[in-house]
Ligand binder design. Structure first.
Ligand SMILES: [Zn+2]
Length: 184
């Protein structure tokens, strides 16, 4: 799949940040989601309207602004709160740049042996993925988590990905998480 999506076939996509989207340690389905995000292909309400759907466009997460990829993944008050919580547990992250594709391009973090660096490495994918799942929960199931609950899921995703690929010891990761519940 990597070769299909990031290889020759898409050479013509200008400045596509393949290295930042396709990352070892992170599940293929999540990388594929980020690929769609980077190409503005996920079905946010603004994209559905461009395809001819007659819809009122209000963000499900804040209930105030219009829904677009840039809004729900980087500008919405709901996701800003999640990033604030995320940085409390794993340290400062560079989220500047306004639109989401700029944030993806800048996302090149090294992983050392600390648990925090493992969480930071997966944080962009994990937060974006969990925000999208939360958006869909609200739209399709009518249930909702608060920002704290979504942050917990994103931190846990990052930890699980690092554990699954052998970068992080499971016991160490879980005890680290237990010690930071009060910060989430
Ligand atoms: Zn919003």
């Amino acid at each position: 799949m990597y070769r299909i999506l990031a290889g020759e076939k898409f050479k013509g996509v200008r400045d596509f940040p393949a290295e930042s989207v396709w990352r070892q340690m992170i599940p293929t389905k999540v990388c594929a989601f980020m690929w769609l995000v980077a190409h503005k292909r996920i079905l946010t309400l603004d994209n559905l309207k461009k395809r001819g759907w007659q819809l009122a466009n209000t963000c499900e997460l804040c209930g105030v602004e219009e829904e677009s990829i840039d809004h729900i993944l980087s500008q919405c008050g709901f996701v800003v709160e999640i990033w604030t919580r995320m940085q409390r547990v794993c340290g400062a992250l560079d989220l500047s740049g306004g639109d989401f594709i700029t944030i993806i391009r800048r996302w090149s973090l090294a992983v050392d042996d600390s648990v925090e660096s493992c969480v930071r490495f997966g944080a962009l994918h994990a937060v974006s993925w969990q925000v999208w799942l939360e958006r869909n929960r609200r739209v399709f199931k009518g249930t909702r988590l608060q920002a704290r609950g979504v942050t917990r899921k994103a931190v846990r995703d990052s930890l699980d990905w690092a554990i699954a690929c052998g970068k992080l010891d499971k016991g160490l990761g879980l005890s680290w998480l237990a010690g930071r519940q009060h910060l989430l």
